[in-house]
Design a protein around this ligand. Structure first.
Ligand SMILES: Cc1cc2nc3c(=O)[nH]c(=O)nc-3n(C[C@H](O)[C@H](O)[C@H](O)COP(=O)(O)O)c2cc1C
Length: 207
């Protein structure tokens, strides 16, 4: 997990143009979308000096096209993949869209998933979180994230599920203020940090 200026990260915690600017300007590592609801937990971990965070804007990533793989990838996709490769871990946090994950996130996963089983996502520690306004609170989004990441051989950090229901009642001024949800989100970040530490210490790793 990587990031630099925490002041900039904090600036990016709002829902307005400042957030978009920060996201656009940041290279990747921690893949976050505009509607993130758990960024506060991530930034809290970073403030504690145990992680550096970079926010990432997936909106400019073009649609996946298998005719443009390898060296043919668009430069922005090459940068996305390089940034994922550089990151120790990823946090994927997304709203549920039509009982699944947002297309922009799935599109990024598709680009990052090649070459199959040897991609930058293979064995990469990942924390997953989902939000929605509905009563099921992104449970289906979370499962679909897990399914897609399973196919990439990613290492999803073992934690209690972060599913933030009725998110419009738990966000104030762009910050997650619901203590219970925050606890779950912090738990997932903790689990990710542990997974990264375990992975870095492992003597035997898959090729
Ligand atoms: C295209 C679209 C599809 C959505 N589909 C679902 C859904 O299937 N289930 C659900 O609970 N919420 C759904 N939502 C609500 C989003 O999850 C919600 O907008 C998101 O969590 C962001 O919260 P906000 O509207 O307060 O910004 C959908 C929203 C959009 C824009």
């Amino acid at each position: 997990m990587i990031a630099h200026e925490l002041e900039d990260v904090r600036e990016g915690m709002g829902r307005d143009g400042a957030e978009s600017r920060v996201l656009r300007d940041r290279p990747a590592g921690c893949l976050l979308q505009r509607e993130i609801r758990a960024r506060q937990a991530i930034c809290d971990a970073a403030r504690a000096g145990r992680a550096e965070i970079q926010l990432y804007d997936l909106a400019p990533i073009p649609l996946y096209n298998q005719d443009f793989e390898g060296d043919m990838r668009p430069p922005i996709v090459k940068k996305l993949l390089a940034d994922i490769a550089d990151a120790d871990g990823l946090v994927l946090c997304a709203p549920e869209f039509n009982h699944s994950i947002p297309g922009v996130l799935k599109n990024a996963i598709d680009w990052a998933s090649r070459p199959a089983f040897q991609s930058v996502l293979a064995y990469k520690p990942v924390a997953i979180m989902a939000t929605s306004r509905g009563p099921l609170g992104g449970a289906r989004c979370l499962e679909h994230m897990r399914t897609a990441l399973d196919s990439c051989l990613s290492r999803i950090a073992l934690a209690r599920e972060v599913i933030i229901t009725a998110c419009e009642t738990k966000i104030t001024d762009g910050r997650l203020v619901d203590e219970t949800s925050l606890g779950f989100a912090c738990g997932a970040v903790e689990a990710l940090l542990k997974e990264i530490a375990l992975w870095q210490a492992a003597e035997v790793k898959p090729q």
